[in-house]
Design a protein around this ligand. Structure first.
Ligand code: SF4
Length: 480
């Protein structure tokens, strides 16, 4: 290990690595949201009216639910199909959802959409004409020529070539994100996702790369057949591509909810000891190669907008990960998409059938929502301060919320004593700071301020409307 990462007490790292818990992309998280389509509809309309006046900067997340094949690790909301008529039918429904948003904006005023994020599923399985049509559906609310950021998740395995990349550029995409997961052939076979580094090399030629201002790589650790050596070799290959951002996330292994995860053998999963080593190796390699830590498992080069936002202050934690902080509202369209307002969350149905049914009835496909009370807003601010800026200042929180921090969080400060003794936090008269060890266990510090508790997080995916869409059948013979 180089001197970029201090030597940690392995037993303590292991103790926290074993703990499950939220990654706090939202707070409160979904298990606390109210599941009632009528309430969600009202909450959405009122949140829009309260928070999004005409011209307000907003981001837009657009979900494309189809994939050509099932990756065995996947936890995304997706449906496997090679039937392109279904893709077209889905885009027609998306157009209906956009028309309903337009009807809202005609009353409240049109926001200024500054960012668009195409995710899925696998939006990159669309061919250039299909993708241009996809983008044109958004044109009533998006001016692609003026966006600050327009990003797409790319599955490099299917139909992606220089022509497709040029089509993205012509539409207005300026950030591309590749789902790599791992370059080790044994791991790729075990997870039914074969994308060797040569595939990425052939795609990311200088002429193509020059079309985009940012390239991100997504890596997973905790995959079947993954070893410390293999993961390190993957990270070294990743560094050779010099992406602007690298996200290195832990596999969520929940075969109880995602039955396709039963297709690999649990005994092939890395041990806790290996997970700990992989995390520390990852941090060591990325920091040693000039990346900065954005937070949790996100890293970026110093010139990247997230690094700039981190240095200058407005970095935000969002349901999409992190953002530069310009848009306090993120509108989500498509099945499962979440809309985030400063004081409210709403979410669309997971199920494609329910999503379609709502739109056929002329109503937004909203199923659940959550209006944050004063305590939620305070706790979210504290939790997100740890996730974005590795600490919390008592004076900043007191000034913003008009509370006495130590009197309000007496129990939490007691709860932090164990983490302080383990060397995760330092507490003084000014505030609470994560130590280097704390920065690799941030979510466990955040959990101390979570009033809903760990058990409720563990139920968070057991949502009524999602069961059908999440329990998809897998034809393993069809996977590579
Ligand atoms: S991980 Fe694989 S199955 Fe899951 S959304 Fe991405 S491409 Fe589809």
């Amino acid at each position: 290990m180089s001197d970029t990462v201090p030597i940690f007490d392995a037993q303590i790292v292991k103790k926290y690595e074993r703990r499950r818990g939220s990654w706090f992309t939202s707070y409160p998280y979904q298990s606390q949201w109210r599941e009632d389509p009528c309430t969600a509809d009202v909450d959405f309309a009122e949140a829009l009216r309260r928070n999004v006046p005409a011209g307000a900067p907003v981001a837009l997340y657009v979900h494309f639910p189809y994939c050509l094949r099932q990756c065995l690790f996947c936890q995304c909301v997706m449906v496997v199909s090679q039937d392109r008529t279904l893709y077209r039918a889905y885009l027609d429904k998306l157009a209906a959802e956009i028309a309903l948003l337009v009807a809202h904006f005609e009353k409240t005023g049109f926001p200024n959409v500054r960012e668009v994020h195409f995710g899925g599923g696998s939006p990159s399985i669309l061919d250039p004409d299909e993708f241009r049509h996809f983008a044109s559906i958004l044109s009533p609310i998006v001016d692609f020529k003026t966006l600050d950021e327009c990003a797409i998740e790319i599955d490099p395995r299917f139909g992606i070539d220089a022509d497709m990349m040029r089509a993205y550029h012509e539409v207005g995409i300026n950030r591309i994100s590749f789902g790599i997961q791992d370059f080790d052939p044994a791991v790729q076979k075990a997870i039914a996702r074969v994308n060797p580094p040569e595939m990425i090399e052939a795609l990311l030629v200088p002429e193509v790369r020059a079309l985009f201002t940012g390239v991100s790589f997504d890596i997973l650790y905790g995959l079947p057949k993954q070893t410390r050596e293999g993961h390190r070799a993957t990270m070294e290959r990743v560094l050779a591509f010099a992406p602007d951002r690298v996200n290195v996330c832990l596999l969520g292994h929940r075969p109880d909810i995602f039955p396709h995860q039963r297709a690999y053998r649990e005994e092939d999963l890395p041990s806790t000891e290996d997970l700990v080593r992989m995390r520390i190796d990852t941090i060591d390699l990325l920091l040693g190669h000039g990346y900065g830590r954005i937070g949790l498992d996100h890293f970026a080069k110093p010139h990247d907008v997230l690094s700039v936002a981190k240095r200058e202050g407005p970095l935000m934690r969002t349901v999409l990960g992190y953002s530069r902080g310009r848009c306090e509202t993120i509108l989500g369209v498509g099945p499962s998409a979440i809309s985030t307002f400063p004081d409210c969350y709403t979410q669309n149905y997971y199920s494609l059938d329910k999503y379609t049914e709502c739109l056929d009835q002329g109503r937004l496909p909203l199923v659940r929502s959550c209006i944050l009370d004063a305590d939620d807003l305070l706790r979210r601010h504290v939790i997100f301060a740890f996730i974005t800026h590795e600490g919390v200042s008592f004076a900043e929180v007191e000034g913003r919320f008009g509370v006495d921090f130590r009197a309000t969080f007496t129990e939490e400060l007691k709860g932090l004593r164990e983490l302080e003794a383990d060397g995760l936090v330092e507490i003084d008269d000014q505030g609470i700071r994560l130590t280097p060890l704390g920065t690799i266990n941030t979510r466990h510090v955040c959990a101390v301020f979570d009033r809903y508790g760990r058990d409720s997080y563990l139920q968070a995916r057991d949502l009524g409307d999602g069961r059908r869409s999440l329990q998809r059948s897998v034809n393993h013979a069809a996977t590579p």
